[in-house]
Design a protein around this ligand. Structure first.
Ligand code: FAD
Length: 386
């Protein structure tokens, strides 16, 4: 396809999720010409659909974690809106409800005209051309850009091998982020999403839901230590060197956790018999109608008309993402992570944010505050991460 030589973007951002949108706002504010490429019909589409899939009502992160520049922006927004019932901040961490976070995000997107910078397509290849990047798209004109930001998130759902095999054969088993609906009789997973899905399913008339997880559930306000999002940690993280950082990431528990408030709601649903806590799943079968689940080491089979896997997403690796976006240039990696410079540059003007930037930003890299940190390091940007 042809290319308009006269038009060169300062930045092409691949992915219009939380990370791509956070960066886009800051880059536009810094005066850059930005295009965001994502096949979704609107920005933050995957965030919205995943939040809906797990019946999320509150964010886990505090009100200071959002897409705008100043940490207090969402706080002011909620208190400035004339809709105190719908927009709320709660608890000691001032967590926003989903409605508040989404309305604030929509305002940021509108204020900076970000939606009209969205090119609805999939990036299929990125290669050097005359000192620029030529970004090919599946269903749009190619673009020339001075710099590229990879913000593609986690594209692969995590599911045990047996689940994929049985689901392909028609068993009533699906990942929570896949389309599908009722009934939900069994939920597999031990993190916040699994508990939210089980609680939501248990509110239906006469519902009894089994929650299968590796006992005990880990109860914690956040999935990571609060201090890991702070300046002090970020200041010393780089000093560990790539090897020390890899060791740290490997030692960090990947297992999901449940905040105390949600755990209390779960306990009450268990006491009233609406949810039954199981242990780890052992054997899973399918008789052509129901799926059948048994506990590890036990023979009793529990028939199920609907099994939902709340088992999260796979952490992407550098080679997998490079293949996914057709990155022609070979760039340096260490143990599957890209080696990123101070300004999140992987080399030759290809920058990275999101889960792929964990070696640069630590365990918070995939989260909203991770997006703020990554954005704050991009050339020319002014943003206070926390
Ligand atoms: C249910 C849920 C609740 C969460 N709650 C919180 C919370 O409260 N606080 C917090 O800090 N974090 C939370 N997180 C974690 C994290 O903040 C989110 O997962 C966040 O959406 C990650 O944003 P992202 O931009 O990295 O990825 P995504 O939202 O996955 O966006 C990536 C985008 O890239 C696009 N893309 C992929 N490949 C291509 C390609 N080749 N070409 C063009 N586009 C492409 C995709 O279409 C997608 O739109 C939550 C996660 C989930 C799933």
């Amino acid at each position: 396809m042809g290319i308009r030589r006269e038009h060169i973007d300062d930045w092409v951002i691949v992915g219009g999720g939380i990370h791509g949108t956070c960066a886009a706002r800051a880059l536009v504010a810094a005066g850059a010409e930005v295009a965001i490429i994502d096949p979704a019909p609107r920005l933050l589409d995957r965030w919205r659909s995943r939040a809906a899939a797990v019946s999320m009502r509150w964010l886990r992160s505090p009100a200071s974690h959002h897409l705008d520049r100043a940490p207090v922006s969402l706080h002011h927004f909620v208190h400035g809106e004339n809709d105190p019932g719908a927009l709320r901040l709660a608890g000691p961490f001032r967590r926003p409800n989903l409605e508040a976070f989404m309305r604030h995000s929509s305002r940021v997107i509108a204020d900076w005209g970000l939606e009209r910078r969205l090119v609805k397509s999939v990036v299929t290849s990125i290669r050097q051309e005359g000192g620029l990047h030529r970004v090919e798209c599946a269903s749009a004109e190619p673009r020339l850009a001075r710099r590229v930001l990879l913000a593609v998130g986690s594209n692969r759902l995590r599911r045990p091998g047996w689940a994929a095999t049985l689901a392909d054969r028609g068993a009533p088993i699906r990942h929570v982020f896949e389309a599908g609906g009722d009934p939900v009789e069994d939920v597999i997973g031990g993190g916040i999403s699994a508990v939210q899905v089980a609680l939501h399913a248990s509110t239906k008339d006469g519902a009894r839901v089994r929650l299968w997880h590796r006992a005990p559930l880990r109860v914690s306000e956040f999935d990571f230590a609060w201090s890991w999002a702070k300046h002090r940690f970020m200041g010393t993280w780089q000093d560990l060197g790539p090897r020390g950082r890899q060791d740290f990431l490997q030692r960090t528990p990947r297992r999901g956790s449940v905040p105390p408030g949600l755990e209390r709601r779960l306990s009450s649903a268990v006491s009233s018999g609406r949810i039954q806590l199981m242990g780890p799943v052992g054997r899973v079968g399918w008789d052509g109608g129901s799926a059948e689940l048994s506990l590890e080491g036990a023979g009793l089979r529990h028939p199920s008309a609907g099994v939902v896997l709340a088992t999260g997403v796979e952490q992407p690796s550098a080679p997998a993402v490079a293949r996914h976006v057709g990155l022609a240039t070979e760039l340096p990696t260490s143990a599957g992570f890209p080696l990123l410079g101070d300004d999140m540059d992987w080399g030759m003007g290809i920058h990275v944010t999101g889960p792929l930037a964990r070696l640069r930003l630590g365990p918070v890299a995939p989260t909203i505050v991770g997006a703020r940190w990554a954005t704050s390091k991009l050339p020319g940007v002014r943003l206070q991460p926390v």
